[in-house]
Ligand binder design. Structure first.
Ligand SMILES: [Zn+2]
Length: 327
């Protein structure tokens, strides 16, 4: 049973939006494209391994891409599977080429196109994830349960090598996920927690999820103002939107409707965060008049705070801030 679905993380959606809005000559374009490629490959690898989880019988409680907090520190796990007698954590690696796991320096080497680069140790990574999750469960749920980490190689074309066979003990191809899990479950004593108890744990984990926020502008050292403004087509991604009155359509692919505006507003919140000044949102949407912005805001069910030059738009209902209906 899936308790938390896998959705494309907000920081990848933001990076996609940045890449789409970068002019061809932008000096940071190659860096952004490279990072986006890595992020998407990781996400696709996780998604492709999810297929094998649906085979598990009995079906565990599943939480995809969960990020929890221990004090000031956050930790992220690609997949958590909760059975009555154990919790599994899956760290999914979607790497191409020759992957060599070394014990001597606790390092992973990746070779593609005759170029070798060092990666963080998979084993250290899952060991830390296990420790963080154990602490989180102890602090927040007061429950003792074995936590078993597995490293999943989701790229069937990668070639895996290890200095010793022991290093591959908990490393498996995605297609072997069910067998690896049954094998581990068989080794455990029969002590079980009730279904109600593990459901309460899974629901608490899902409710405690905290989304990762990445400031890509700071990471790559460039300014939002260097990106293209205006509405792009959510279907063909071209900046080919024409409007007459309150109707929008794409002259490249003929898509039409208010979804074009909603998509551009979603992009604005991804890039600028909650609470966008009216002037900035109007500029981003392609230089709208204050009157048109008001009509769009009402139709898109945006929330408005402040008056005249201090007006800000929000996509979420704010707790303590006075909300003014868009007129
Ligand atoms: Zn289009």
């Amino acid at each position: 049973m899936i308790i938390k679905q896998r959705e494309m993380p907000k920081h990848i959606k933001t990076l996609q939006c940045i890449a789409r809005r970068m002019p061809d000559f932008h000096p940071k374009k190659p860096l952004v494209a490279e990072e986006l490629y890595k992020q998407i490959a990781g996400y696709q690898g996780e998604k492709s391994s999810d297929y094998y989880i649906s085979y598990l019988e009995p079906a565990p409680l599943v939480l995809y891409n969960i990020r929890l907090r221990n004090g000031d520190f956050h930790f992220q796990i690609d997949t958590i599977l909760i059975f009555n007698k154990a919790i599994f954590i899956l760290e999914v690696k979607n790497l191409a080429g020759i992957i060599e796991i070394r014990s001597s320096y606790d390092q992973v080497l990746k070779t593609t196109n005759d170029q070798t680069s060092a990666q963080k140790s998979f084993h250290t990574q899952v060991k830390l994830q296990k420790e963080h999750l154990e602490r989180w469960v102890r602090r927040n749920f007061n429950m003792k349960m074995p936590i078993i980490p597995l490293i999943i190689m989701s790229n069937p074309r990668s070639i895996l090598k290890a200095e010793s066979p022991e290093l591959l003990g908990n490393v498996h191809p995605a297609s072997s996920i069910p067998f690896a899990i049954y094998h581990e479950l068989d080794k455990l004593p029969s002590k079980k927690h009730s279904s109600k108890h593990i459901m309460a744990l899974a629901e608490l984990m899902a409710a405690s999820q905290e989304e990762l926020e990445v400031d890509w502008f700071e990471r790559f050292d460039f300014n939002l103002k260097t990106l293209l403004t205006g509405m792009s087509c959510p279907s063909c991604e071209q900046f080919a939107i024409v409007q007459s009155s309150m109707k929008w359509s794409c002259k490249n692919c003929s898509l039409s409707g208010f979804q074009i505006v909603e998509s551009a507003i979603e992009e604005a919140f991804l890039l600028m965060g909650e609470g966008i000044r009216s002037k900035e949102l109007r500029r981003f949407l392609g230089g709208l008049s204050a009157q048109k912005m008001n009509r769009i805001a009402r139709k898109a069910k945006l929330y408005k705070t402040g008056l005249t030059k201090g007006t800000k738009y929000h996509c979420k209902i704010l707790g303590s801030v006075e909300i003014i209906e868009a007129e």
